[in-house]
Write a protein that binds this ligand. Structure first.
Ligand SMILES: NC(=O)c1ccc[n+]([C@@H]2O[C@H](COP(=O)([O-])OP(=O)(O)OC[C@H]3O[C@@H](n4cnc5c(N)ncnc54)[C@H](OP(=O)(O)O)[C@@H]3O)[C@@H](O)[C@H]2O)c1
Length: 335
């Protein structure tokens, strides 16, 4: 049977989503972004990928976060995205803010990894082909490379923008001092860093305690949080065991050994607090990230439309009382 042509929800911008400005820029990002790290590669069911992308767009999610090596296998999440552009989204390209990255291992040999100009430029060319795009909205250096001069990586980002292959650039997982150098270098060349992408969630607060969040804000750079659900640990997914088909059961970046008795107790205590607030643990975890106005967007991963539906309910979450924030801190510091 031939699928009907995708016709998006006409009410997608009528209060379904919240938009937040990225630092001191002109860009508004949807408070939730959809991430393609898992569940969109060649091993995933395409009909499910399609349903999730349609659902996201229909609910006002404008930001889509990819990287060259997302899959599995490497490159195939971008291919899925390209297929979806052809199938559904070409008429809506200008409503979408599409991101990709390079920095981790992608192809064999010395030019398929880290932060050289050679790698970043050729990787982005490959990504554009896989995604069937002329340009991306945002290109990130996916990680700091201690062996490449920062100027080389950053100048490659500047040139990528000047060549029209990306409208904005960002950095991800760079240490504080190098990030501050990057903000200065890019601003001096009139290609300001749009955002810093880092891991931030109830169980992992290093970017806050280590000053990354504050320094990005001071520099007028947005902060985009990845793994806000700690890969699914901050949901009801593992409260009563390890479900078949979950990321942990597939041992993809999360293994049963990660679920220590201490962590399980913390998650159960957090779930109890979420229930008292009248919401799911996922929604409380996302609301906790978004309570900070410096956080421009949280990138959620999902394996089903039902998960996305649950995650989007964060937009109806109540704010946190000081007492609830203290309870959360007590829970995560309990041994
Ligand atoms: N810059 C970087 O280095 C970097 C690193 C990591 C991630 N990222 C980006 O951030 C995105 C998100 O990362 P992540 O996938 O680790 O995010 P996450 O949102 O912390 O975890 C996503 C997983 O949580 C589970 N989940 C989501 N909503 C749920 C719900 N309502 N109820 C129950 N389970 C739920 C699903 O697990 P199951 O699959 O088991 O169902 C889903 O795959 C990535 O896709 C990528 O775009 C960037």
């Amino acid at each position: 049977m031939i699928d009907p042509i995708y016709s998006p929800n006409p009410d997608r911008y009528d209060g379904l989503m919240q938009f937040r400005r990225s630092g001191r820029s002109g860009i508004l990002m949807s408070a939730l972004s959809l991430g393609f790290w898992h569940n969109f590669g060649s091993i995933s069911n395409f009909a499910n990928c399609k349903a999730m992308m349609h659902y996201a767009f229909d609910h006002g999610i404008t930001c889509y976060d990819l990287a060259n090596n997302y899959g599995p296998t490497y490159g195939t999440a971008e291919e899925t995205f390209g297929r979806m552009m052809d199938l559904s989204f070409r008429p809506y390209r200008d409503e979408m803010f599409i991101t990709t990255k390079a920095g981790y291992d992608m192809w064999p040999g010395p030019y398929g990894n880290w932060g050289s100009r050679k790698y970043l430029v050729s990787s982005l060319d490959q990504s554009l082909k896989r995604m069937h795009l002329d340009y991306v909205d945002l290109f990130y250096s996916h990680r700091y490379d201690p062996n490449t001069p920062l100027e080389e990586t950053l100048q490659a980002l500047v040139d990528i923008v000047r060549q029209g292959k990306a409208l904005y650039v960002g950095i991800s997982r760079w240490p504080l001092e190098a990030a501050e150098f990057a903000y200065r270098y890019l601003r001096e060349r009139d290609v300001p860093c749009l955002c810093y992408q880092g891991k931030y969630n109830i169980l992992y607060q290093d970017d806050d305690t280590g000053g990354i969040l504050a320094s990005a804000t001071d520099a007028g750079v947005g902060y985009v949080a990845f793994s806000p659900l700690q890969q699914g640990l901050l949901t009801d997914r593992y409260l009563n065991g390890i479900p078949q088909g979950s990321r942990m059961s597939r041992r993809e970046a999360l293994t049963p050994d990660d679920l220590t008795p201490t962590l399980l107790k913390q998650i159960r205590d957090l779930a109890e607090l979420a229930a008292q607030r009248g919401e799911s643990l996922a929604d409380m975890a996302l609301a906790w990230c978004l309570r900070r106005p410096e956080v421009t967007s949280v990138i959620v991963g999902a394996s089903s439309v039902a998960q996305l539906e649950d995650d989007l309910r964060v937009l109806d979450s109540q704010s946190f009382s000081a007492e609830q924030l203290d309870i959360i801190e007590d829970i995560i510091h309990q041994k």
